[in-house]
Design a binder for this molecule. Structure first.
Ligand SMILES: [Zn+2]
Length: 478
């Protein structure tokens, strides 16, 4: 098994390297222009509204009024003089999806190792590709990932950016996010040092202390599309290092997001640092009842990546432990090198994972098992729970007046869902990226009539190909 997997990895890389030998990218030749803030009023008219706001509910036919960057009203037959009208009678109108953890720097090496497991990923992608990355590779990786997320209806994303090999790498990732025009939480992470932990001294990276510069230089206002977090290691079990990371984040008022695993891990972490609602725990494989209880009590949030957990030989996602403790997860895509990249796929995998787990419990003789999650549950996981994982539930994640206008329109008259019998089931089970007709972020139109707005696709493809070719040949050359 190991041999055949290695051969697969080698042949995949060889095929890519045959494409061309790349030179250096023209550094920061701006690939994407930033869009100005919207002004005026827009009325999204006559859509099937799935608001995700429990006070507003769903409407078979309703309107959403936008004023500038914000939602002004959600209701039926709204009057809106002088508003620009977006016709939505053939659309479902809902809040944009939120991906609560993605390593966006890997955008240009997506789908590189579909047959690899976690150990292969750590060895090849983090151990070999990570150290080979130049700032311009981070830039185009992030930009490709952001634009494809927008294209698939994701309006907010957590860039879990563990590629901070130098401060220039950091600046490159932030610049790509700025240019993409999407809402993002930049989670400043550790460098890739060929498998060495970040606290092994090197002269290049500045983790985690450089987060103070970032707060000042890029994140002095909270009233912007980008917000700041620290992507922590929790010292891979070394609690002195975890304390340094938690202190670095909290000193500058940044959220924390951490890959988590192992029974009693949160118990141990809770003895070293004060657990709080500012932290998101990712994966949480092996977590026990005490860990989930601590997460619930401290107000922490859980990001589950059903794709990586099931496709990379990790574990069945431990959704039930979280749900039993009253923790509702957000969904995340994680590593584009290995897994599907839309929230549609993650919702489907999430539904399937929980039902398989319940079926197994019944097969083992349990009489009373918990209730299966529903289409509405996974849509909430993919929207409002993601907003909570970013500390942005007051700003996005539902169609609620005064929130930012992060809105998507999904085609109902497409062959994969017509005639729509249940909008929630159509979203969670029937649709894919091809149904995403229109995407707005803070009222700015980022996709219209099924096409990204203002994106020079040819230029993006050139830069992504050059970067990919450079990285593959560099890694092959050792
Ligand atoms: Zn991850």
């Amino acid at each position: 098994m190991r041999t055949s997997r290695r051969n697969l990895l080698r042949s995949g890389a060889a095929a890519l390297a045959a494409a061309s030998v790349a030179g250096a990218l023209p550094l920061f030749d701006r690939a994407q222009a930033q869009t100005p803030a919207p002004s005026g009023r827009t009325l999204i008219k006559g859509g099937s509204v799935v608001s995700i706001d429990r006070g507003i509910g769903d409407m078979p036919q309703g309107d959403v009024l936008i004023e500038g960057a914000r939602i002004a009203a959600v209701g039926q037959s709204l009057a809106a003089d002088n508003a620009q009208v977006i016709e939505a009678h053939e659309m479902i109108v809902m809040p944009g999806f939120i991906d609560s953890h993605r390593h966006m720097w890997e955008g240009a090496i997506r789908n590189l190792i579909p047959d690899a497991n976690l150990r292969d990923y750590l060895t090849l992608i983090l151990g070999k590709y990570g150290p080979a990355y130049r700032p311009e590779d981070v830039y185009i990786g992030d930009l490709v990932s952001a634009l494809s997320a927008l294209d698939a209806g994701i309006t907010t994303i957590v860039d879990w950016s563990h590629i901070q090999n130098t401060p220039a790498h950091t600046d490159a990732a932030i610049r790509a996010l700025q240019e993409s025009g999407m809402r993002a939480m930049f989670a400043y992470g550790f460098p890739e040092l060929g498998g060495k932990p970040w606290w092994v001294e090197t002269s290049s990276h500045q983790f985690p202390g450089d987060i103070a510069r970032l707060r000042k230089q890029y994140f002095s206002s909270d009233d912007q599309l980008l917000t700041l977090a620290l992507a922590a290691t929790a010292g891979f079990g070394n609690m002195d290092i975890a304390k340094r990371e938690w202190a670095a984040a909290r000193d500058v008022g940044a959220r924390i997001t951490v890959h988590a695993s192992g029974k009693d891990q949160l118990v141990k972490l809770g003895n070293a640092v004060k657990l709080g609602p500012d932290t998101t725990y990712v994966h949480c494989g092996g977590y026990g009842a005490d860990d989930w209880k601590l997460m619930a009590e401290s107000g922490g949030s859980y990001s589950v990546s059903p794709g990586t957990e099931m496709l990379m030989d990790i574990a069945m996602p431990l959704l039930q432990g979280a749900l039993d403790a009253g923790v509702r997860p957000s969904l995340s895509i994680d590593a584009e090198t290995n897994v599907p990249t839309t929230m549609f796929a993650q919702m489907q995998l999430c539904l399937a994972a929980q039902r398989v787990a319940l079926t197994q419990r019944k097969a083992q003789g349990e009489k009373e098992v918990p209730k299966p999650i529903s289409a509405r549950d996974v849509i909430e996981f993919a929207t409002i729970e993601g907003a909570k994982a970013c500390g942005l539930e007051g700003k996005t994640g539902s169609l609620t007046p005064s929130k930012q206008a992060d809105i998507i329109l999904l085609r109902k008259n497409a062959i994969n869902v017509l005639p729509v019998n249940d909008p929630l089931a159509a979203i969670a089970l029937g649709m894919d990226g091809s149904n995403i007709d229109t995407v707005l972020v803070g009222g700015a139109v980022k996709k219209r009539d099924g096409k990204l707005v203002g994106v020079d696709m040819k230029r993006i493809a050139e830069l992504a190909t050059q970067s990919r070719d450079y990285l593959v040949s560099k890694v092959r050359a050792g």
